[in-house]
Design a protein around this ligand. Structure first.
Ligand SMILES: C[S@@+](CC[C@H](N)C(=O)[O-])C[C@H]1O[C@@H](n2cnc3c(N)ncnc32)[C@H](O)[C@@H]1O
Length: 310
């Protein structure tokens, strides 16, 4: 299957990064390499560290971006581990960081990866195919409460408890093997009138399982706060999110970084917290994806937030 992914908010992100020809940039979520390519076009003596958890993304980019191989270093890992790779590579401060979170269209469209609720496949959803936990273990081994909590927390699914109960009941007769079987169980928990509105009923449960399998939210805030401090003065970080849970984490991390001393002045007239404003938030409101000028449905829910290190 061809690796196909239309980058979202492309010009807004590249303009936001203020790419310098001799700068050092990190793309933590390389995917189809669309954003990476635009960064590379602007580099002369600069360098791009291109990271992805999915080996297929790295393999594809090694070919797609072959013109720029002298300027790229590929890393195949969770971006949350990037700091030690940067140390090993002798990279100090960064001129810019990009994170375009979530799944690529390639991952969704490749049936065998098991991300899609409309394509028959074994339950999988692993971005890193070397990892042992997949959607299969989550659906077949987690207890009912844990499943309900995940559906509610990561999917904001209102029928979370009912769906978890039905999954556990089904498991008593046989294990749930496929994406379409899971989608059918979820749909059957929805009242008929609700099945027709708000898209496929399985959307939120699939999102929740994907977040659990790939550990997408835990540690994101800490990562953003740490990597921001690796930016040079004037360096920028652009983060694109696709759902409210992620966006909230990014917004909160950026607000924390922007805060100056947080001491209660009535108790501590002289600062004891040593918290200093580290960044300027460039996007007071997020830049939202549009669909009028693109075929890309994913763009609809995209939000871009940008900060600058001070
Ligand atoms: C939306 S796509 C990125 C698209 C890319 N910006 C482009 O222009 O083609 C998201 C990518 O992030 C990767 N990804 C998701 N979570 C990750 C993580 N924790 N660490 C590294 N890569 C991750 C996915 O494997 C996927 O390839």
């Amino acid at each position: 299957m061809e690796y196909s992914h239309i980058p979202v908010l492309l010009s807004e992100t590249i303009d936001g990064l203020l790419v310098k020809a001799d700068g050092v940039y990190l793309d933590g979520t390389l995917g189809g390499g669309g954003h990476a390519e635009k960064i590379l076009e602007k580099l002369t003596t600069g360098r791009l560290i291109a990271n992805d958890l999915d080996g297929a993304a790295i393999e594809n980019a090694q070919d797609k971006l072959r013109r720029y191989l002298d300027k790229i270093t590929f890393v195949h890992d969770d971006y949350k581990n990037i700091q030690s790779h940067l140390d090993d590579l002798g990279v100090g401060e960064l001129d810019g960081v990009l994170l375009d979170l979530g799944v690529s269209s390639y991952q969704i469209d490749t049936a065998g990866r098991g991300f899609s609720y409309t394509k028959e496949a074994r339950l999988d959803m692993r971005m890193d195919r070397e990892q042992s936990l997949s959607a299969y273990e989550v659906v077949n081994e987690y207890d009912e409460k844990r499943l309900a909590d995940i559906f509610f927390e990561y999917g904001e699914e209102r029928y979370a408890k009912k769906i978890a109960a039905k999954i556990v009941a089904r498991r008593k007769t046989h294990s749930i093997e496929s994406t379409l079987e899971l989608a059918e169980i979820v749909a059957s928990c929805y009242p008929v009138k609700d099945r027709m509105v708000g898209g496929n009923p399985a959307k939120r449960v699939f999102q929740a399982i994907r977040i659990e399998v790939n550990n997408e939210l835990r540690g994101l805030q800490e990562f953003l706060m740490e990597i921001a401090l690796r930016l040079k003065k004037g360096g920028r970080m652009c983060v694109i999110t696709f759902h409210s849970l992620e966006d909230r984490i990014v917004k909160n991390a950026f607000k924390e970084l922007e805060k100056d001393c947080v001491c209660d002045k009535r108790i501590f007239p002289v600062c004891v917290c040593n918290k200093r404003k580290e960044v300027e938030i460039i996007t007071k409101k997020p830049i939202c994806g549009k669909t009028e000028d693109t075929e890309n449905k994913r763009a609809e829910s995209a939000k871009l937030r940008i900060i600058e290190r001070i």
